[in-house]
Write a protein that binds this ligand. Structure first.
Ligand SMILES: Cc1cc2nc3c(=O)[nH]c(=O)nc-3n(C[C@H](O)[C@H](O)[C@H](O)COP(=O)(O)O)c2cc1C
Length: 489
């Protein structure tokens, strides 16, 4: 299996091809120091044997922000040292920090833009990236990742909407790439050539007049020319289309580009994989073999394996799926795919991040701060003697209402499976309770359902009884009869 093949990245040997991309946890305080909760979060990924763990974005500078890790001063090094030691003591997982510079934002909705930066400010940012990368090396990280994606400073230079008018201006691609080039050169100076330096940037900006994959191919080529050791691709997440909430600083994932960055359950799977494949092919066709990470709504082992087998990616990045189940790759290796807790793309984690609350997963048992332990030999939940008693009813609103009796045992939730018109069975949702309303059925089709209860570690019951719903095609010949309007009190 390609997924399980090791990969060498400038001397950093990944035990497999799975990466957890940076995900802000809001587990640190505003002081930015590594604490026990942060260590627990990343050690949990290491226990799941994830090939490369990218630690959440941490600031290279001292600007004020909510809870966010920092690497902007030597005083932060001991905490990071403890983190890397604990991860390395746990498994063969490798760990790199994502280092970030961001501009100021205010509760009024105002945000600082890069045209306000003087040449001295730019020089300082370049130095800050270099110093932070050197600290990462000193702290025992296996490499470092430069954050040049989403709404932050480096990405704003690369953007097609870069508002500057000088040699860093948005007028030419070469000028847009100047800042990243300078940062990369300084980082190399500070960490040497034998320390892996990755870069994250956007395959598409997903905003009006933003750049598309056409520019992204050239940006990737430049990164390869500069000696970047791996490329991790994201999309969107921009300030330009962010929706301002009264009294809150702008959050760059509230608009359409935010939806694209963390695609919700209404998006089809692998929405960015074709962009990544195009970028990888372009870079490879130009003689570079820099590994490329594909990220975006990947959760099915067969899909992940296919991307690698087809040469569409070198590494599989899964953020929300690894949050939901850090043991994903371990379960794949041990042939326990049926125990994987599948991300349902509900984006509760995204909402927690947006509200500066500790990021956890809706699918974890209530109140847990970290993913539950992997207990492969746990007893599977059992249906009552009389069975699950799964039933389905068609509502007047055109939704299917499913109810069932609770299973016995340590239950974390229930997976709901559906097959349409006798086609492939898919897990369409996971819920905590004993009911589910399916709003996505279509009259004139046949839908067959069953549910399975699963334990916190993902051990599932046998399927419940199956039920079939064949909603008729609605009658469109007359207007629907609404219930009589009730007078306002
Ligand atoms: C809660 C949360 C925090 C995130 N924080 C970061 C971050 O610090 N840096 C970053 O580059 N991307 C961040 N992302 C984006 C993810 O790395 C990833 O690109 C995105 O979730 C899509 O991948 P997925 O479909 O596998 O979840 C974050 C995503 C989530 C859900």
């Amino acid at each position: 299996m390609k997924l399980l093949e090791p990969l060498d990245i400038n001397g950093m040997r990944l035990p497999n091809r799975v990466l957890v991309p940076a995900m802000v946890t809001r587990l640190s305080g505003e002081d930015g120091y590594v604490n026990q909760d942060i260590i627990d979060r990343y050690v949990r990924y290491a226990a799941g044997e994830i090939g490369l763990i990218v630690v959440e974005a941490m600031a290279v500078h001292t600007a004020k922000s909510g809870p966010l890790l920092r690497i902007s001063d030597d005083a932060f090094i001991p905490g990071h040292q403890e983190l890397t030691k604990r991860v390395h003591d746990t498994s063969g997982s490798k760990i790199v920090p994502q280092i970030i510079h961001f501009m100021k934002v205010a509760r009024s909705g105002w945000r600082q833009t890069i045209d306000s930066l003087s040449h001295a400010d730019i020089d300082q940012i370049v130095d800050e990236f270099g110093a932070a990368a050197a600290r990462a090396r000193e702290a025992g990280y296996d490499g470092v990742e430069l954050h040049s994606a989403h709404a932050y400073t480096l990405s704003s230079f690369v953007s097609r909407l870069n508002p500057r008018a000088d040699e860093y201006s948005g007028k030419t691609l070469e000028n847009r790439l100047r800042m990243f080039g300078r940062v990369m050169a300084r980082v190399r100076e500070c960490v040497g050539t034998d320390f892996p330096v990755g870069a994250r940037f956007l395959a598409e900006e997903c905003i009006k007049d933003g750049y598309t994959v056409e520019d992204a191919k050239l940006i990737a080529l430049r990164m390869a020319q500069l000696g970047v050791d791996y490329i991790s691709l994201s999309v969107g997440g921009k300030f330009e289309d962010a929706v301002h909430r009264e009294g809150e600083p702008l959050y760059p994932y509230t608009g359409y580009s935010g939806d694209r960055c963390m695609p919700g359950d209404w998006y089809s799977g692998l929405p960015h994989a074709h962009l990544v494949a195009e970028i990888k092919k372009f870079v490879n066709d130009h003689g570079f073999t820099v590994p490329v990470v594909s990220v975006g709504k990947i959760s099915d082992p067969a899909d992940a394996e296919q991307l690698l087998a087809d040469g569409k990616a070198d590494i599989i990045g899964m953020a929300r799926q690894n949050l939901a189940d850090p043991d994903w790759i371990k379960k794949v290796r041990e042939g326990r795919e049926d125990q994987i807790i599948r991300c349902i793309w509900c984006n509760v984690c995204k909402q927690l991040d947006e509200n500066f609350k500790e990021v956890n997963c809706f699918l974890w048992p209530k109140g847990m701060r970290q993913a539950p332990a992997d207990l492969p030999d746990a007893e599977a939940p059992l249906w009552p003697d009389k069975g699950a008693n799964l039933g389905v009813a068609l509502g007047e609103d055109g939704a299917a209402r499913l109810t069932w009796d609770g299973a016995h045992g340590d239950i974390a939730g229930y997976d709901v499976y559906r097959a349409d018109d006798d086609g492939t069975v898919k897990c369409i949702e996971a819920v905590k309770g004993k009911r589910f309303v399916d709003k996505t059925i279509l009259g004139g089709r046949k839908h067959v359902y069953y549910v399975r209860a699963f334990s916190p570690g993902g051990v599932a019951s046998v399927p419940s009884n199956s039920v079939t719903l064949e909603p008729p095609l609605p009658d469109f010949s007359s207007a629907p009869v609404s219930p009589p309007a009730t007078a306002e009190p």
